[in-house]
Design a protein around this ligand. Structure first.
Ligand SMILES: C[S@@+](CC[C@H](N)C(=O)[O-])C[C@H]1O[C@@H](n2cnc3c(N)ncnc32)[C@H](O)[C@@H]1O
Length: 381
């Protein structure tokens, strides 16, 4: 039972495992208190305004779910009866089709397909019409655990890492949410120079430019809540107006994106243009060994070198990491370095004393984000 004045929505911000602290920190920054971390997410209560803002502003969450019903059910009849009490008309427009993703553990109702079918019938039937011809869907997530059924509506729609700017994919792009998580975990806030010398399709520099410019990660996309019959246009307009006010036009620090591959450089330029940050990123074609310190201010080199499985050969890759270490020591004294890697042993070839900041997954692969500071060499005696 909610306390009398607690915000009305019971929400779960789903994130990749390992990013929970960062997601909770982002929610706290939006004035959302008491985010409780669970594996792969943060549970919180939100007003409608905060729910909209969480979708627009979270750089690390994958989606935001809102609980719409929770009850015990051990038979299909009781499932349907209790499901009829849910106010589906708040979440499903007359031209939208409800879809259900169900998981069931240790429960008498275990046939996930049959559970989804019953709920589709109840929720679809509550709209009054027959089956809609529309392509528009409204997703629901259902968890049945020890006979307790919890139903949540997906307020985000497409995953939040689909910011709306990605055109060219590049070879092995890092997810936008993970690129942002690396920057946040590093404590990079847009006031220091940033270099990504293996930028691929540009995800890290583009997410960096969005942070530095105060741009909401979701400013170019729409969200499922915008199609809900209970949508509050005035509340959304006010959230969007605040986001427009938060945006800064230019940057005072350089963000440098480079790659030896011409296709990657083109992809970065196109994606930066699409993201509205092309003026904030210098994109150039060069190999890692040509990296030079940009200016005198210390900054961050943050990059995602090729992973073992996708490289041409293990020796090449060991050499690449060794070269990265040499370049960092030669050019970036006083700077910090952050690498997203799938293989810590490989990172060892850089010869730098890395610490692990994040451990998570990217495209199903276990990865960690390692950071270190390049010490200033002692003056010659
Ligand atoms: C895993 S991808 C980076 C993906 C990128 N983070 C993204 O989101 O699209 C690694 C990149 O390193 C580049 N690369 C490999 N060896 C390089 C070298 N010696 N100098 C510069 N770039 C290199 C590849 O061309 C590739 O684009």
């Amino acid at each position: 039972m909610a306390a009398p004045h607690s915000p009305k929505h019971r929400c779960l911000a789903v994130c990749a495992p390992g990013l929970e602290e960062l997601t909770a920190g982002e929610l706290a920054g939006l004035g959302i208190g008491f985010g409780r971390r669970i594996a792969g997410g943060v549970i919180f209560r939100a007003s409608t305004r905060q729910l909209y803002a969480a979708n627009l502003w979270s750089r690390t969450a994958t989606r935001v779910l809102v609980r719409v019903g929770s009850f015990q059910a051990t038979t299909f009849a009781s499932l349907e009866e209790r499901a009829r009490e849910i106010e589906w008309h708040n979440w499903i427009g007359s031209d939208a089709v409800p879809t259900f993703r169900v998981s069931a553990t240790k429960s008498r109702l275990y046939h996930t397909g049959a559970i989804a079918e019953r709920l589709e019938r109840v929720a679809g039937g509550s709209r009054g019409g027959g089956v809609s011809e529309s392509d528009r869907t409204q997703g629901f997530v259902v968890r049945v655990n020890h006979d307790k059924v919890t139903i949540s509506v997906n307020s985000s729609g497409a995953p939040l890492y689909q910011r709306g700017w990605r055109g060219p994919q590049g070879k092995a792009p890092v997810r936008e949410t993970l690129a942002a998580a690396m920057l946040l975990a590093a404590g990079w806030d847009g006031t220091q120079p940033l270099v990504d010398p293996m930028c691929g399709s540009g995800t890290i520099p583009i997410e960096a430019a969005l942070i530095a410019r105060g741009l909401a990660p979701g400013w170019q996309r729409s969200f499922a809540f915008g199609d809900w019959p209970s949508f509050e246009p005035g509340t959304w307009a006010s959230v969007a107006a605040d986001a427009a006010k938060a945006a800064r036009p230019g940057l005072e620090v350089p963000i440098l994106a480079s790659d030896r591959d011409a296709g990657a450089v083109d992809a970065t330029a196109i994606n930066a243009e699409r993201a509205g940050v092309v003026d904030s990123i210098s994109v150039l074609r060069r190999s890692l060994s040509e990296v030079h310190r940009p200016g005198v201010e210390p900054g961050w080199l943050i990059t995602n070198p090729p992973y073992g499985k996708r490289a041409s050969g293990a020796t090449d890759l060991r050499n690449l990491y060794a070269r990265l270490g040499q370049v960092a020591k030669r050019e970036l004294e006083g700077w910090s370095v952050g690498l997203l890697v799938a293989d810590r042993n490989l990172a060892g070839h850089a010869g730098l004393p890395f610490e692990e900041r994040l451990h998570t997954t990217n495209g199903g692969l276990d990865v960690c984000f390692l950071t270190t500071k390049i010490r200033r060499s002692p003056p010659a005696a």
